[in-house]
Structures are given as structure tokens and as C-alpha cells.
Write a protein that binds this ligand. Structure first.
Ligand SMILES: Cc1cc2nc3c(=O)[nH]c(=O)nc-3n(C[C@H](O)[C@H](O)[C@H](O)COP(=O)(O)OP(=O)(O)OC[C@H]3O[C@@H](n4cnc5c(N)ncnc54)[C@H](O)[C@@H]3O)c2cc1C
Length: 562
């Protein structure tokens, strides 16, 4: 930062919410800085279930609340709350449409089967007797869900028992009545986060990873006018001044707020969710499964993701941590529950777990809400009247754009420039087309799975990655040296990652590629080859390289594999 520069906005946190806020502000013409203490998406935003979902569960809980005794006891409040929840579902649909239409390179539709083994579920999902009859209601509910998306998603349908054996052969036919299938969008969360951050940078935001806010700067009147930040790669500290500071620290938001002067009431709690990753053969490559009534009433998704099976999630309140360390009892619970609808001869074993990881949902309340404030929605945007600092927390991946728009609306006020993000394609959208993988194969002579992976990961930018490839020296494939056998990741991606702000081996293994999330052992095997490329590219000394390797080993160790 040049001396004397005062940004319009300083955003602290480079997860989905913070990077989105930087993008919204920059695209409105504001000068914006965004600092992230780790890598982009290094916390919650890389550890989600990977669904851009339109809120089917909110629809259920809203209906359950509406059709309860509360309707007679407090009719106005109950109806008001129902309308609020349904509005939120509608907004989720708008956001899902934006992602699946404007950012096709980052998302795909995924059919999700909800199997039923009986015509009545007891105890009923969401604790409401009506949902005991969900096996009868599901096809109608899912059609209504389709309608909310103005039929822009592929249509929901019924999978009969015999068709299920063909389309979902892993489903146990014993006792199966049928499955109702609906669609959600799926993405690679850390790559989407990076695309948002890169787009913000393209729009003029000064955005930096490995830059931690270590203090807030107050003026004599107690107003916050900037922050002291620390470059975690060099140890250098400096001050960033801004007219408005927005804290987007996810589950760590209260730690950031504690740097404000005065008494700061807590506002954000963490709730941990563990996922496990198994080989891809537990589900069809193009269909997932939802158990909407697990033994403790939670939803459980079993989804195909990047050639593997992703299962999650658990839900346990507690303070957020940075290392994964998923508790063993949660891993075992997920394994046990996921067996419920699968064939008895298809055993889900502990030794099938290739990787396990954990993230913390930010659950927020507004500490500055007054009695007549509107009922708090899924996310909270709140301004400290004394310091002027705004924080934004809660919500979900799906609503990153909407949350960012709302917080910058608040910053600029009603007479400020409007948000433009609903029309902004994210990094990689340009040049993306359906047959891009074929073009890459024909141009470079590369493996189909590698070409498809590059297109799905980099969109139209896949050409730039390919330009960095070295010949394999083989008759086929001519280009595309694999980092580890059995995975489509190639060495050119490590080089390219340094142009996408990757600074450490862990960045490459966890968020530029998803190797650590898919298979811990494979990630360990890739540490040395990745270190060699990064050391050359980033000019590491032998000592720095050794430290990086050790740090990567420690980090990958925190994923739980077999
Ligand atoms: C298990 C699980 C599954 C989920 N599944 C889904 C799903 O399928 N679909 C969906 O829509 N949503 C899902 N969510 C919710 C979604 O992932 C989160 O709402 C979203 O990622 C939150 O993003 P965020 O930017 O607010 O927080 P984060 O991603 O945590 O970002 C906050 C950032 O602030 C940074 N930070 C903290 N302190 C400082 C500091 N001092 N200086 C600078 N930076 C700092 C952190 O390093 C972090 O990167 C899921 C959440 C969990 C936990």
C-alpha cells in the first residue's frame, strides 16, 4: 500500500463471504483491500458439503413451524416467520441460478435420490407428524421446489425400485419402496472461492492472502480507521487505513471483534461438521443420496465428488479450530449411518476412509439488534455504533453473493452505486465451453480425465495451464505429467498455482488441487514433487524448503485417513 492511501473499504477474511464482499465493493467502483490470514478458503469455505443448494431443508422447517400449535398461539408471528423463511428459500434459488447459469464452469447439477423403505417414517423428519408421510409427499414437494427455481433446474422425478437397480445399483433393493430424486448444484468450494478472489483482484481490489489483521486502529473518537496487518510469509507489519472496516472472519469473527475497543458481546458461535471421503464406487458417478432422517434426525448426504464418495456431515457446537483433526467417533457415526440404504454386501468400512476433515459453521446473532429490529435471518450484518466496524457472519456458501451485496449496500447507503455482481461471471468463465476438453486433447495429446479435470477446475483458463506443460516423453499421453498416479492432477498445475497466489505446499495440496481432501496418503506422496516445483518457482532456500515440507506434513497429518 502506498503511504497515505485510505481505502473505501477494508475487508478482513478471504473466505467466500470476505472475497465476495471485496468483489462486490470493487465492482461498484469502491477502492477496497481484503486481507486473509491464511490461504483463500483455508477455513470453512473449503470444508463444506460442496452443494450450492436452494434451501430444501429451510422449506421443510418453515412448513413444520407453520403447521404447528404456534400458528394458533401466535398466528401473526408464525406467519411472518414463515414468509421470511420462504423468502430466504427464494433468494437461495436466485443465487443457485446465478451460479449455474453465469458460472457453469464452476458448477454442475447433481441428482440426489431420497430413498424410502416404508410409506410412513417414524419418528418423523424434523419432528413434525406431517413429515411422517414424506414418502407420499416427496414427489409433490420436489415439484414445488423445481417451480421455485422457475424450472431452470433439471426436473425432479421418481425412481422406481426396478429403475433404481439400474441407475443406483448400490442401493439396497431389500424393502425399498422407491426413491424421489431432486436436483441441487455442486461445486469445488475452494476453487470457487479462489475464482471470486481472482475476479475481485481483476476488478481492482488489493487482495492478499497470508496477511493477518493483528490489531484495529482507532482514532481519538474511538472510531476504527484501519488495521495493523502482518505479512505471515515475511513477518513484516504495516498499517492499512480505510473509511470502513468489514469483518468477515467466519467462525473466527468474535476474535476479530475483540480487537475493537470497549465491551464486545459475543455474536458468533462455531458448529463443527465432519466429512469423510471414500472411493468413488459407493455411489453412481452421477447421482447422490440424501438420508433425511438419520438416527439423530440430521440430514446425511452421500455424494459423488471428484471421482470419490463424499459423506457428511455431523453437527457439534464448539469453538472453531484451524487444523482438521476430525473426531474418530464422528467418522464412525458417518460410516454407520451411510450403510443404512446401501446393499448389505457393499460394506462401508473404516479402512475405506481415504480422508476425513472438519469445518466450523459460523452461527451468528446480532448483538446490536434492538427490540424492533427485523427478525434475524440466516446471516447477520451488524454495525458497532461506537467503532463503526461492521461484521458479517453466518449464512451459507450458496448465498455468498447476496451477503456481499447486502453488506456493501449497508456501507454505501441508499444513494450509493448499486451492486453489479449478479451479472459478473467469475474468473475462468471466459472461454469456457462444453467441448473445451476435446479441444485440449486434440491440441496437446493429453489424457481425457486430465483434460476434463483441467476444464472443470480452471474453465477457459485451462489453456493457460496447458501452456505450462512439459512433454511426457511418451507416445501417449504426449503432455500431462501426473503428480501422483491415479489422480488427474499434473505438475503444470503447481506452477500455475503460484500465479493464483499459492504460497505453500499445503495451498497446492488442499485448495488448488484437492488431493488432501480426497486421499491423505496420496497427498503425502505428492509433498516432495510439489515442494521441488514450488522451491524452484518461488526461490526457496534449502532450509525454507525443508520447513515447508515439515509444515505440509503436519497439516496433511491432521486429515484423518485409513
Ligand atoms: C461442515 C459444513 C458443511 C457445509 N456445507 C455447505 C453446503 O453444502 N452448502 C452451503 O451453501 N453452505 C455450506 N456450509 C456453510 C458454508 O461453508 C459457510 O457458510 C461459508 O463457507 C462461510 O464462509 P465465510 O467466508 O463466512 O467463513 P470462512 O470460510 O471461515 O472465512 C473466514 C476467513 O477469515 C479468516 N480470518 C480469521 N481471522 C483473520 C485475521 N485476523 N486476519 C485475516 N483473516 C482472518 C480465516 O482465515 C478465514 O479464511 C457448510 C459449512 C460447514 C461447516
Amino acid at each position: 500500500q502506498e503511504a497515505g492511501v485510505i481505502f473505501d473499504v477494508l475487508v478482513v477474511g478471504g473466505g467466500a463471504t470476505g472475497a465476495g464482499t471485496a468483489l462486490d465493493a470493487a465492482s461498484r467502483g469502491l477502492s477496497v483491500a481484503c486481507v486473509e490470514r491464511g490461504d483463500f478458503a483455508s477455513e470453512t469455505s473449503s470444508r463444506s458439503t460442496k452443494l450450492i443448494w436452494a434451501g430444501i431443508r429451510y422449506m421443510g422447517t418453515a412448513t413444520a413451524a407453520l403447521l404447528s400449535p404456534k400458528l394458533w398461539q401466535h398466528p401473526v408471528d408464525t406467519v411472518h416467520q414463515f414468509v421470511g423463511e420462504m423468502k430466504m428459500v427464494w433468494h437461495c434459488h436466485v443465487e443457485r441460478r446465478y451460479m449455474t447459469s453465469v458460472n457453469r464452469h464452476l458448477c454442475n447439477w447433481i441428482p440426489i435420490a431420497v430413498p424410502f423403505n416404508s410409506w410412513h417414517i417414524s419418528p418423523p423428519p424434523m419432528g413434525h407428524p406431517l413429515f411422517g408421510y414424506f414418502p407420499f409427499l416427496a414427489p409433490v414437494v420436489f415439484k414445488f421446489y423445481d417451480a421455485l427455481s422457475v424450472f431452470t433446474c433439471p426436473p425432479s422425478y421418481v425412481l422406481t425400485k426396478s429403475r433404481a437397480q439400474r441407475d443406483f445399483p448400490q442401493l439396497d433393493p431389500d424393502g425399498l419402496k422407491y426413491a424421489a430424486v431432486f436436483y441441487e448444484a455442486q461445486h469445488n468450494d475452494s476453487r470457487t472461492n479462489l475464482a471470486i478472489a481472482m475476479t475481485a483482484a481483476e476488478k481492482g481490489a488489493a487482495i492478499a492472502n497470508y496477511t493477518e489483521m493483528v490489531d484495529l486502529i482507532h482514532n481519538e473518537a474511538g472510531r476504527v480507521v484501519g488495521a495493523v496487518v502482518l505479512d505471515r510469509m515475511t513477518g513484516k507489519q504495516w498499517k492499512v487505513y480505510a473509511k470502513k472496516v468489514v469483518l468477515a472472519g467466519g467462525p473466527f469473527t468474535d476474535q476479530l471483534r475483540s480487537m475493537e475497543a470497549g465491551k464486545i458481546p459475543p455474536a458468533v458461535r462455531g458448529s463443527a461438521g465432519t466429512h469423510i471421503v471414500l472411493p468413488g464406487y459407493f455411489v453412481p458417478h452421477n447421482m447422490g443420496l440424501l438420508d433425511c432422517n438419520t438416527s439423530d434426525g440430521r440430514f446425511l448426504f452421500i455424494l459423488p465428488w471428484l471421482g470419490h464418495t463424499l459423506i457428511g456431515t455431523t453437527d457439534k457446537k464448539g469453538p472453531a479450530e484451524t487444523l482438521q483433526n476430525p473426531p474418530e467417533d464422528e467418522v464412525v457415526w458417518l460410516l454407520k449411518e451411510s450403510q443404512k440404504f446401501l446393499r448389505k454386501d457393499l460394506k462401508v468400512r473404516r479402512s475405506d476412509v481415504l480422508s476425513a476433515w472438519r469445518g466450523w459453521r459460523p452461527l451468528a446473532v446480532d448483538p446490536h439488534a434492538t427490540a424492533d429490529s427485523p427478525v434475524s435471518r440466516d446471516h447477520v450484518i451488524s454495525e458497532n455504533p461506537e467503532s463503526g466496524v461492521i461484521f458479517i457472519a453466518g449464512g451459507k456458501w450458496t448465498t455468498w453473493r447476496e451477503m456481499a451485496q447486502e453488506v456493501i449496500d449497508r456501507v454505501v447507503g441508499p444513494s450509493g452505486p448499486p451492486s453489479l455482481t449478479l451479472d459478473i461471471p467469475l474468473h475462468g468463465a471466459e472461454g469456457y465451453e462444453n467441448n473445451l476438453a476435446i479441444q485440449l486433447i486434440q491440441r496437446y495429446g493429453m489424457d481425457t480425465t486430465v483434460a476434463e479435470h483441467l476444464v472443470k477446475t480452471y474453465g477457459g483458463r485451462a489453456w493457460e495451464v496447458c501452456e505450462l506443460m512439459q512433454p511426457t516423453g511418451k507416445a501417449w499421453p504426449k503432455f500431462g505429467n501426473l503428480l501422483v498416479e491415479g489422480f488427474p492432477y499434473i505438475d503444470a498445475e503447481v506452477l500455475y498455482a503460484t500465479r493464483e497466489y499459492a504460497c505453500t505446499i499445503e495451498d497446492v495440496l488442499s485448495r488448488r488441487t484437492r488431493l488432501a481432501y480426497l486421499n491423505r496418503d496420496a497427498a503425502v506422496a505428492a509433498i516432495e514433487p510439489v515442494a521441488d516445483i514450488l522451491a524452484r518457482e518461488l526461490g526457496w532456500t534449502a532450509k525454507a524448503k525443508e520447513q515447508q515440507i515439515q509444515a505440509a506434513r503436519n497439516y496433511v497429518e491432521s486429515y484423518s485417513g485409513r
